[in-house]
Ligand binder design. Structure first.
Ligand code: ATP
Length: 442
């Protein structure tokens, strides 16, 4: 397509952004003109405009000093400013909550594979050349005289049309192995094929030990970003085929059981979110738990350590394996279970672990009646028993002359169990019962 026509198209595309953003971009374009510097919209938002997908992440790059431009804009609009000088980037937060990232165009050199790059100022073309894939290496100029001009030096637009993911050069995955995961993420999200040379480079990089050099948080970031996508099961299959899961732990190799679990997870998450919307689920975390569902405790512990997960994530992940399988089995069984027994099985579990119990039950119980039992028991726990409390507290026990100690918890647990099982129904009854129990311990 001739350049004029292309630019007309991108100008039209810019109009698809919310009015507020278009207006701001025009004003910023004018400010950049006044300073005599080039200003561009770059990265994912350009790609998504061309794909007609919603994305309001405004990423700007300035040919010149991005930080000083960001400072100037901040003053003019009374926006908040956060600076990341190491990467010469700034984030502006406007009074209405709109966020805009501003960077300086730069080129990078990788002294050491998988390490963070050395950064130097460069032209917009050089800035695009340091990017991961051609579809992410386009810019739209915002200076008013060139408003809407598309910079596409590597054929990103053609690749978008051909639904193709392509790296810009042969060392791309070696320079930055996080791109291996990004390739899987974009290929799955957009349903793109990975261009054959890129696929070969990707497979070669996956066979080396490059990913092992990534720090825990960087690797975790990529894994969780994959799990945030709409179809993490497809991404996990690719990770397995490329033998990339070994970088989480050498002994993760999901078999048929895990496959089945991953297959029911979307349905489980959907049902949970429709029914128990107030019980929030960390979906990416749940996917990672499902991935590890049939591994041993040491493998789970090793993965937590490798990814340097937070305390909350680690606590949830510890339930991924045998512990939730056992609970799913008990809850689907025809054994008689008092509500208090079910409560004791489930009350310490984070929501993701309870959802995993449900998913595990769905795949492991061979009989519909087992699944129905499990669902009934979980529903009762989540909708009713989970919220049950005793009316008396430790203070009441003190009133009865009991000295505080570990027996307080025993008594209160006992009262709660009796409430759950319907043996105590009224507050007065509970008080009497507490008094009797207190006597046993005084
Ligand atoms: P998403 O829609 O997932 O946010 P995105 O393309 O906006 O996708 P970001 O991670 O926000 O992804 O990155 C913004 C841009 O920065 C990318 O479009 C790409 O040009 C560049 N980029 C990000 N990570 C890398 C990387 N590891 N290597 C090279 N370029 C990168």
């Amino acid at each position: 397509m001739p350049e004029m026509a292309t630019n007309q198209l991108t100008r039209q595309l810019l109009r698809r952004l919310p009015q507020r953003i278009v207006q701001l971009l025009r004003e910023l374009g004018r400010s950049a003109d006044e300073k005599g510097i080039g200003l561009y919209l770059v990265g994912g938002v350009v790609r998504d405009l061309l794909l007609n997908r919603r994305n309001w992440d405004v990423d700007l790059t300035v040919e010149g000093d991005g930080i000083s431009f960001a400072r100037q804009v901040t003053n003019r609009y009374g926006a908040g400013l956060a600076l990341f000088e190491r990467f010469s980037t700034a984030r502006l937060v406007f009074p209405d909550g709109l966020k805009v990232d501003i960077a300086s165009t730069r080129r990078e050199s990788y002294a050491d594979p998988a390490a963070l790059p050395d950064v130097m100022t460069g032209s917009v073309e050089e800035d695009l050349f340091r990017r991961d894939f051609t579809i992410n290496a386009m810019a739209i100029q915002l200076n008013l005289a060139h408003w809407g001009a598309l910079r596409d030096p590597f054929g990103g637009r053609e690749d978008l049309k051909d639904k193709t993911l392509r790296v810009l050069h042969g060392r791309s995955f070696v320079d930055d192995p996080t791109r291996i995961f990004r390739a899987i993420r974009f290929a799955e999200r957009f349903g793109f094929r990975i261009e054959p040379d890129t696929a070969r480079l990707l497979a070669r990089a996956s066979r080396t030990n490059l990913v092992a050099r990534l720090s825990g948080p960087r690797l975790a970031n990529e894994i969780f970003a994959l799990m945030k996508e709409e179809h993490p099961d497809a991404a996990i299959r690719r990770l397995r085929r490329l033998r990339l899961l070994r970088f989480l732990h050498p002994r993760i190799s999901p078999g048929i059981q895990t496959e089945r679990l991953l297959a029911v997870l979307p349905q489980t998450i959907g049902a949970w979110e429709r029914r128990w919307a107030e019980l929030s689920l960390d979906r990416p975390l749940l996917w990672v738990m499902a991935l590890l569902a049939h591994t041993s405790a040491p493998v789970i512990a090793g993965t937590i350590q490798r990814l340097q997960l937070s305390a909350t994530e680690s606590r949830a992940l510890e339930w991924a394996g045998e512990k939730t399988s056992r609970i799913a089995k008990i809850l689907s069984s025809d054994a008689f279970l008092r509500p208090s027994q079910i409560y004791r099985l489930l009350s310490r579990l984070p929501n993701e672990a309870v959802a995993l119990v449900l998913a595990k039950g769905l795949v492991s119980s061979s009989k519909a009646v087992g699944i129905a039992r499990l669902k009934r028991r979980l529903t009762r726990f989540l909708e009713c028993d989970r919220l049950t409390t005793t009316t008396i507290s430790g203070d009441t026990l003190k009133e009865f002359g009991l000295r505080p100690g570990p027996h307080f918890k025993k008594i209160l647990d006992r009262l709660l169990d009796e409430r759950l099982d319907g043996r105590i129904t009224a507050a007065a009854e509970e008080r009497d019962r507490a008094r009797t129990l207190a006597k046993q311990y005084s």
